[in-house]
Write a protein that binds this ligand. Structure first.
Ligand code: SF4
Length: 496
């Protein structure tokens, strides 16, 4: 295995990670490795996390060095979107068999797979992921990658995050380390400018970053690299020439932002594009950082003008929804950065938050939510499905916003539900995204299906029972059926 323990310790004790810093020294030493429960769908291993963090880089071939089952799916179906190549969605695996393991054929098979991919697909780079089996049998993927890179003249990057080292989140960070060690800073752009930024931790789900990018274009701000959503390998290789960065999802790639600040003096802030206020604040922060780094000071004024114009359009559009949604109660069952930014965003249009989960949120995220909601009982780490069902079936919320895993709890409780996690089909970022989110909430809450499904089933209603009895009696009386009809039944329905 090529993952030195120093690297693991480094990622474990990430100083910019709020969650990590809130632990005591002893717990911090244990790192953020959460033991997985064998057989349980625990939300992914470190390999899974690494692949999730890197797969949206679209012109790269992602090769999994493992038995077939680690990859599992031949076509990535998560929500990230590409404006170009679809190569990233194709899964490549060395499909290691027991015989390969016993005969020591793994490294040879890996090298041949790299050659085959290079010849058939001509990718910009190949990322090679180690997994439990290949790490445990001591495959030296770094050596194979170096050899293949020299032989084929293309970047071949080892991603050392085998599943057993820990959780999905740890895998995210190890993926970031691989970018820092092997990709960022390996190419020089010939067009670096004073208004270049990186967006880190943005996955471009359903293409939602494309709602934000035109705003930056209007301000003359160039996104040098969006990592990883809709990224190209070369963009990331040149990312060290950006002047500032925005960190969108802190739990995934905070180590990348922090180390880029250390190595290349690229200041960053953590922000969100969910909600009108958050979007405006993000644009302001980007402009401020760029001006601090030498961009034209007029950028601040132009940003304020754009914010004023966009906010006024957005508020006008949202006003139409206010009478329909004011006072509606939302249960938010999601994690991470989405929680606090969505809480802010929904409250902006008069929607009441009856509860929000903060399971994956950082300490800072939780503080933000506490400040906004002001009632601690609305904040929970996670709700077991049984309690969630009880809450929804008692009508304590008008809609639940969550990921796909809990959708059936809401549907069983006959409560509207909206997907806000990675499989969602709508774009919620920026000003237009906020309007889309409110539109989707409105559609879900006022869908006539909910009135119909909440009505008692025809066979459960009192009149239906009477009707059935009467039918049985009339059929019986004509002598065609009704074996169960007795004089007692007839008396009961007043026919005796
Ligand atoms: S890397 Fe390990 S834990 Fe992850 S899917 Fe493969 S075998 Fe399972």
């Amino acid at each position: 295995m090529s993952l030195p323990s120093a690297k693991l310790q480094d990622v474990f004790s990430e100083p910019a990670c709020e969650k990590n810093q809130s632990k005591d020294a002893k717990t911090r030493q244990q790192g953020c490795s959460k033991p997985l429960t064998p057989g349980a769908a625990a939300g992914g291993c470190a390999f899974d996390g690494a692949k999730i963090a890197l797969q949206p880089i679209t012109d790269v071939a992602h090769l999994i060095h493992a038995p077939l089952a680690c990859e599992g799916n031949g076509w990535d179906n998560r929500g990230a979107t590409s404006s170009g190549s679809a190569l990233w969605r194709t899964s490549f695996t060395t499909d290691l068999t027991e015989l390969d393991v016993v005969m020591g054929q793994g490294e040879r098979k890996l090298f041949n797979a790299i050659r085959e991919i290079k010849q058939a697909y001509a990718p910009s780079a190949i990322f090679v992921y180690s997994t439990c089996v290949t790490a445990l049998i001591g495959e030296d993927i770094d050596a194979v990658c170096n050899h293949a890179a020299a032989k084929f003249g293309l970047p071949v990057v080892p991603i050392n995050a085998p599943g057993f080292v820990g959780s999905k989140n740890l895998g995210n960070k190890l993926a970031g380390e691989a970018l820092l060690d092997h990709v960022i800073g390996t190419a020089e752009p010939d067009d670096a400018g004073p208004c270049d930024i990186n967006i880190i931790g943005e996955f471009n789900l359903s293409g939602e970053f494309w709602l934000v990018k035109p705003l930056l274009d209007r301000l003359g701000i160039r996104v040098r690299a969006c990592i990883p959503g809709d990224a190209r390998y070369l963009d990331i290789a040149c990312a060290h020439r950006a002047r500032a960065a925005m960190m969108v999802c802190s739990t995934a790639l905070i180590n990348v932002a922090r180390k880029m600040e250390e190595r290349w003096d690229i200041p960053f802030f953590e922000g969100s594009f969910y909600g009108i206020t958050a979007s405006s604040q993000a644009l302001r922060n980007i402009a401020d950082l760029l001006v601090r780094k030498g961009a034209d000071p007029g950028l601040v004024g132009r940003t304020e003008a754009l914010i004023a114009e966009e906010e006024s359009i957005a508020w006008k559009k949202l006003a139409a929804y206010r009478p329909r949604l004011e006072g509606k109660r939302v249960l938010l069952n999601t994690g991470g950065v989405k929680s606090w930014s969505l809480v802010d965003a929904l409250m902006e249009v008069g929607i009441e938050i009856v509860g929000t989960s903060v399971k994956k949120s950082t300490v800072e995220d939780k503080e933000r939510i506490e400040q906004t909601l002001k009632e601690e009982n609305q904040i929970f780490e996670s709700i077991p499905p049984r309690e969630l069902y009880a809450m929804l079936s008692q009508g304590k919320a008008d809609i639940m916003l969550s990921g796909g895993r809990t959708q059936f709890v809401a549907l069983k409780a006959k409560t509207p539900w909206l997907d806000i996690n990675q499989e969602r089909h709508h774009r919620y970022a920026g000003y237009d995204g906020m309007i889309e989110l409110i539109h989707q909430i409105d559609l879900a809450i006022h869908n006539p299906i909910w009135r119909q499904v909440r009505e008692p089933a025809p066979w459960d209603s009192h009149s239906a029972v009477e009707h059935e009895l009467t039918s049985t009696i009339s059929v019986s009386a004509t002598g065609h059926a009704g074996e169960k009809f007795t004089s007692a039944t007839a008396n009961a329905v007043g026919l005796g």
